[in-house]
Design a protein around this ligand. Sequence first.
Ligand SMILES: [Zn+2]
Length: 561
Amino acid sequence: MTGAGTRFDLLVRGGLVVDGTGRPARPADVGVSGGRLTVLPPGSSSGPGSGSSPGSAADAAEVLDARGRVVSPGFVDVHTHSDGVALLGPAGDGDRPGNGSGDGSGRELVRASVLQGVTTEICGNCGSSLFPALQERLAAMRAETRITFGGDVGAYADFAGFAAAHAGVPRANHLASLVGHGTLRAGVLGPVDRPARPAELRAMCALLDASLTQGAAGLSTGLIYTPGSYAGTAEVVALAEVAARHGKPYVTHLRDEMSRVEEALEEAVEISRRSGAALHVSHHKTAGRYAWGRTERTLPRLAELRAGGMDVTCDVYPYTAGSTALAAMLPPWANDGGLRALTARLGDPAQRDRMRRAIAEGVPGWENTVGNGGWDRISVACAPRHPRAEGATIADLAAAAGADPLDVAADLLVAEDGEVTIISHSMIEEDVRRVLAAPYAMIGSDGVPKPGGRPHPRWAGTFPRVLGRYVRELGLFGLEEAVHKMTGMAAARFGLTGRGVIRDGAHADLVVFDPAAVADRATFTEPLLPPTGVDAVVVGGAVVVRDGEETGARPGRVLAL
Ligand SMILES: [Zn+2]
């Protein structure tokens, strides 16, 4: 249909533009040519007889009718664990029937993000990325990532290797990646519980430096997770200094998000101050009964730091439940040596008793989710060999079996080679709302797309849930602010130049949604149900979703930042 003299590849006509900066919505048409945007006066392209006007439909190869709809920049999901899901492929070895909606296949998992309007995912969070590692450790890393990511996704020497692997798999949206500190540590030391030696720390810094030079987005830590948790503050400072030299952020899953969340936040502040790196707090929460309400202290602290000139931001997902690995419910020493060492320990009744006592009594410096909440708040999300356990709490499974919950969890871990995903119902709504409303909080799904089971619905529902539930239904903040949190604010934090805004010359990543209808449908029982009201998604100028359905276009790529 592209005729001679066609001015635009695509014209999004008649919509209300919310441009991602936080400025008020305004009617405008948006033209796309060569993957870049041109903002046109409203009506310049509408109506009969407008063939000679600058944005005429006659001048466009393709037109999206956005009347009654909002046109916004494509959403940036700043916090994902989608590092390997595209590499699993449509018939990845993880393809098994899911218990919820759809088949839970790699293809369905990949689709869920783009159907909610995400045009850029940032993976490599919580200290876990698929790179980098020393050559001699790559084979061992591959075995661990196979377990962690639910299939053969590989481990890569550096960001360039990761990008090359993804380049072979066409994708609908863009992907950027942080460098995970836990991966760095495993890639140099292995999964061991000891401080890094000076030469090892130098090697970690060199690997980080190389990947940041190649385009990785920053440094992430997950200081509750092994092996990241084996590191002291000084080790993280040394690595954050490397990020600071690149002008890239230090992104952290705090060492404790429960009863000691305030101390953990101060450690992050210290790391940022000593290293000079900007600080981004991942999925900020104050979870567990002892920390409920504590956002009334952490958020004023963050506001105070910002007022004092510190560059600190956070992200949040709009749910009162989190999701992580069942193994993370056990004390750090239980995971020393990696998953195989863990399953060996779990086979020893004496070691199990030690773990039971550690959970009951606590271990200094360890978050202890179960001690802060209870096994009745932990439900099984993914346990491929035990589909009937999926959806049940550990407490329920224990009651049904007449067994102790720790033994039920331990038996499950052993039978699943250490890899079981759980959902932790650990937060209260008031805290979630306070964080969402913080003016420096952006939106990140924290989605963990793995084949099968019942993953947390946030991977399919986060962005529509904020727009539907928190903006339209509850009026927690305005539409322009919500879109800013999902786009411009996120792009600025992670150096996504020319993205997250609608203005002349910006990259043509767009979402067209119905502000009166947009809503999440994904639930804990049907976790991959696509949202309503997300009509169209444009990536790099190509329409990847039209009328809520994928078009099959695959313009996405790995972004080097
Ligand atoms: Zn995390």
